[in-house]
Design a protein around this ligand. Structure first.
Ligand SMILES: [Zn+2]
Length: 231
């Protein structure tokens, strides 16, 4: 970068400093969207170290789901709530990618997950995708794909119906709300494969259960579920 350009950049940063999306501290040069202080403070679950973790237990009884895990604890007012809010509603797709890059690096040591064949993100309905401009689960998948070196498979799992928001719904209402929402297409490449299915937040697991019910139509498919956070 030449001196004039650098001077101009410094001036821009001085006039319009980039702020951490969580704590609003001014970011320094190496930081992007979130400060190091906040990154180190995000509440990790370490669920990936325990196959009997609370997220895996949601899917017990499903033979196709080998294990499930979430990277962070989601709680009212905690840092990960702010993180996810910025990711979903404030046009910060990089936060999803960042979570994927970090989690992928952690999961490289997991022999089963790191040897999966494909990554599939829970799809957004086209309408929502248009409004938001990106799918937060897809950007998480992109980060995971880069660090785990596992390709993403798009257009297999499709969302054919839009749904009302799942917040404030009971477990039964959530399950009913997502019934028949997903559809499988072009699934030949997935026979007998191991896939990583990713979503942003897991609460009752209704959306992921519904995805698995569709994916289960594919012979011999094994599923590992990874989420950014568990609420
Ligand atoms: Zn911060």
């Amino acid at each position: 970068m030449n001196i004039v350009k650098r001077y101009f950049n410094d001036l821009l940063n001085f006039l319009f400093p980039e702020l951490c999306v969580i704590c609003s501290r001014t970011l320094v040069a190496q930081e992007q969207e979130i400060c190091l202080h906040c990154i180190n403070d995000l509440p990790l679950t370490y669920f990936h170290l325990d196959n009997e973790n609370p997220i895996s237990k949601i899917f017990w009884g499903r033979k196709d789901v080998v294990m499930a895990t979430a990277m962070y604890h989601y709680g009212k007012g905690n840092k990960i709530q702010k993180y996810l809010h910025a990711l979903k509603y404030q046009n910060h797709p990089y936060l999803g990618k960042k979570a994927g890059l970090v989690y992928g690096n952690v999961l490289k040591n997991n022999l089963e997950i790191s040897q999966c064949d494909f990554i599939i993100a829970v799809p957004l309905h086209d309408l929502k995708l248009k409004v938001r401009g990106y799918n937060q689960s897809q950007v998480f998948a992109e980060g995971l794909s880069e660090s785990l070196e596992i390709p993403i498979l798009n257009n297999v799992l499709n969302r054919i119906k839009n749904t009302a928001t799942q917040t404030k719904k009971t477990k039964e209402e959530r399950a009913k709300n997502v019934k028949g929402v997903f559809e499988i297409k072009n699934s030949d490449a997935l026979k007998g494969k191991n896939i990583i299915l990713v979503d942003d937040v897991v609460t009752t697991g209704a959306t992921l259960e519904e995805c698995c019910a569709e994916l289960n139509k594919i012979e011999g498919l094994k599923i590992y579920i990874l989420c950014i956070a568990a609420g």
